[in-house]
Design a protein around this ligand. Structure first.
Ligand code: 3PY
Length: 253
């Protein structure tokens, strides 16, 4: 099955997604039926284990939605575990140099091109060893999206974008704000100016860009600017907003 995110990014088609941080297979299954292009399972800032990640991948498999996962780090062993579980699109945090980008891409490719360890019948990705051409063709279905979310990352955009196998660059506004001296204030003018400059430079490199939108208006604006991979909210945010609104509608003042 081709990776529809990779195909869409190459074709310039926007991909709108939702961040899953509850680590709940039921929440993922519900959100998978809502029409988003992708769901992201967050291993960096949500309490996911490999087991909860697997359960969520299984819960959404029947829906056909594309799953994205963010590993907690750039560790090659963790990336291999995510790929073996069947994650095909990776969002890798805090990339700050071409050397890091090369190592991440290498972690997603089998030797001699890369460094990914070979699992056989133990890997869900290969249909537990039943997909005969998995080893030869895995790289065709893997989409590598790297996060630019620090001042060194901004400085290295061109060299990171030039690394073969990098499919898109994704701005993390919260970490970027922190790195630029505006912790907790991603809407600060200096942060927003840095994001605008970063998006222009990513486009000039001919790479698709992604971003974690701050609200629906921000998401629409980013899509209008040609940002293709846009996260528009989180399962936690939706639950909190819905529950708060419901109570306000029925509790007497
Ligand atoms: C950030 O905003 O820093 C992110 O990584 C998205 O959650």
């Amino acid at each position: 099955r081709p990776n529809r995110i990779a195909e869409a990014l190459r074709a310039g088609r926007p991909q709108i997604g939702l961040w899953q941080a509850l680590t709940s297979p039921a929440a993922a299954e519900i959100c998978a039926g809502c029409g988003f292009d992708w769901l992201l399972f967050d291993g960096e800032h949500a309490p996911n284990t490999l087991q909860t990640l697997l359960a969520q991948l299984q819960a959404v498999a029947a829906s056909g939605i594309e799953s994205v996962a963010r590993p907690p780090s750039q560790d090659r062993a963790v990336i291999a575990q995510y790929l073996d579980l069947g994650v095909r699109t990776l969002l890798v945090p805090m990339v700050e140099s071409a050397a890091q980008a090369r190592a991440i891409v290498a972690a997603t490719r089998y030797p001699p091109v890369g460094t990914r360890g070979v699992a056989s019948s133990t890997s869900r990705a290969s249909g537990f060893g039943t997909a005969p051409d998995y080893l030869a063709r895995a790289h065709e279905q893997i989409c590598v999206i790297l996060q630019i979310e620090s001042r060194p990352g901004l400085d290295a955009i061109e060299e990171i974008a030039a690394v073969e196998g990098v499919d898109a660059l994704f701005i993390g506004p919260s970490d970027l704000a922190a790195s630029l001296g505006h912790l907790g204030d991603p809407r600060h003018g200096e942060v927003q100016a840095a994001i605008a400059d970063a998006l222009r430079r990513i486009a000039a490199c001919g790479k698709p860009a992604g971003i974690f939108a701050l609200d629906p208006e921000d998401a629409r604006a980013r899509l209008g600017q040609g940002v293709l991979f846009v996260s528009v909210g989180t399962d936690i945010g939706l639950l909190r907003a819905g529950a708060t609104r419901l109570l306000a509608q029925v509790r007497p003042d």
